[in-house]
Design a protein around this ligand. Structure first.
Ligand code: SF4
Ligand code: SF4
Length: 131
């Protein structure tokens, strides 16, 4: 299966010939030096450039892969509101305290290059990066 990065580049036509996605890269970095942050930043630029319906399709895929409903911190109120994907959507309207966080074992975290956790109470990846 193609990586998310390759899939995004294919959708945007950046995987042919000497096509280069450098034009989509931000002019300044967020300051951190680990590879995961670079991956997240590039993915955000690619997502911003892709058609809305394709972006929504990818987000829907991530939402269905989110393992928050298996988390001990995720209770009935969250289930009733069908909350998920806090790393993108931001804080939960229901979760007030976190006992443990499963995000580090979630395939969405690896796929999207996430660098944080406890998104339900601390805010989404962008917020936790101070962006
Ligand atoms: S990283 Fe965390 S918040 Fe994001 S989809 Fe996975 S389990 Fe859900
Ligand atoms: S963001 Fe982390 S702590 Fe919050 S519900 Fe999801 S897995 Fe649990």
């Amino acid at each position: 299966m193609k990586s998310l990065m390759n899939r995004l580049k294919t959708m945007l036509g950046l995987d042919k010939g000497d096509a280069d996605s450098s034009a989509l890269r931000p002019e300044k970095s967020t300051g951190k030096k680990d590879g995961a942050e670079d991956k997240w930043t590039e993915i955000q630029r690619l997502l911003e450039a892709m058609p809305a319906d394709e972006r929504e399709e990818l987000m829907a895929e991530n939402r269905s892969d989110c393992i928050c409903p298996n988390c001990p911190s995720y209770g009935e109120p969250s289930a009733e509101k069908r909350e998920a994907l806090f790393c993108c959507d931001g804080k939960s309207q229901s979760i007030g305290a976190v006992e443990d966080c499963l995000c580090s074992g979630c395939e969405v975290a690896e796929k999207m290059g996430l660098d944080h956790s406890r998104y339900c109470v601390n805010g989404n990846e962008r917020e936790q990066r101070g962006l």
